[in-house]
Design a protein around this ligand. Sequence first.
Ligand code: GDP
Ligand code: GDP
Length: 436
Amino acid sequence: MRKSVVAIVGRPNVGKSTIFNRLVGERISIVEDIPGVTRDRIYAQAEWLNHTFNLIDTGGIELGDEPLLVQMREQAEVAINEADVIIFLVNGKEGITAADEEVTKLLYKSNKPIVLGVNKIDNPEMRETIYEYYSLGFGEPFPISGSHGLGLGDLLDKVVSYFPERNDGEKDEDTIYFSLIGRPNVGKSSLVNAFLNEERVIVSEIEGTTRDAIDTHLHRDGQDYVITDTAGMRKRGKVYESTEKYSVLRALKAIENSDVVLVLIDAETGIIEQDKKIAGYAHEAGRAVVIVVNKWDTVESNEKAMKEFETKIRAHFQFLDYAPIVFLSAKTKKRLHTLIPAINLASENHAKRVPTNVLNDVIMDALAMNPTPTVKGKRLKVLYVTQVAVKPPSFVVFVNDPELMHFSYQRFLENKIRDAFGFEGTPIKIFARRRG
Ligand code: GDP
Ligand code: GDP
């Protein structure tokens, strides 16, 4: 069910980010339009043949002023911990350096498959030099040129040959897959523990996978759940774990594997920019979202305080206006019982399908009350609406001209759909298509 993860490692300047960008290509992200969200990504989806996988550029995890050697070691650790396959990149123009040998030593200790890419082989004559790289002990070296896009196909063929057989059918439709995301110390592991120790939860199985992620299967009141990817909550105490890029990477990986994402906020310290970014990724991925305000024991808990905190959240997380908010304390377990109903609700709405005829009645009523906009004298005509997908619920609106359907009108239709059908806890998507 999980997508394979590929990480690129190597000393600085060998071309990691060049290769990353080439393999990922241009992908437009809504999150990146949210102010403050960084543009340079280190984790993104890539495709090769019929494989979709996630790619990590470990070079993007910067560790402040740590010495180069420490940085490289930490980056290699990230690759070893997170990836299914590692691309080890060296610079074909410079030969094997002491720093390459340092990385080599670390990679020997991992039991992950490693594909050796010799970069900057910009022309065929240079290919003869690659034999020297056999001495690194990772088998056949693949000559590539990141800047010219050469040799990447052969390299990727080798990479995908290590992917496990597809097991897409494995995910059980009746099970709710959820995960917790949030910046370090918001209480993710405390909340998982509090939850697992709750009386009504029966933990059936904890599965380690090759990916160093843990899926915990549990059962409560007739419903099966899987908490995915709690590995990030196990404290490894590594330097890189405190970096922001790494926590984003963690969050993205957790999001990938769940239907419902709990976005944790720390009531004690309040909302910070990083919370917004992390939450933005859950929204962008189209997952159901529940906002959990943890450490509610640290504030004076009453209705007024809750209302005030909710107002703050709504102001900061406008793009998550559909997400229910739960206030609780992982430490004292106060209000912990409010969490599961919110997860169930979000999950149900995420998978909800509405009948086409009812949907069209709702939209046509809305249109009757609110004339469609005109652009340069041309009026938008809405002909028909249909739900085309779930998780998240997605709608196609057939119109005379998609250009006439502006964001604000889309928003209007979304609100009408929400008013009529709920959809609390889930984003919904609306696409305009031309129909004559
Ligand atoms: P990173 O530090 O490993 O991420 O390396 P970068 O991707 O930032 O690349 C370092 C430098 O090498 C940049 O100036 C790139 O333009 C250059 N570079 C990357 N790939 C190639 C290549 O295939 N051939 C050549 N000649 N230069 C490259
Ligand atoms: P993580 O990094 O998000 O997994 O956070 P942890 O679960 O490790 O918690 C970080 C710190 O916050 C620890 O010292 C916890 O004891 C504390 N903590 C977690 N939940 C609560 C809570 O509900 N109330 C209070 N007062 N402290 C909490």
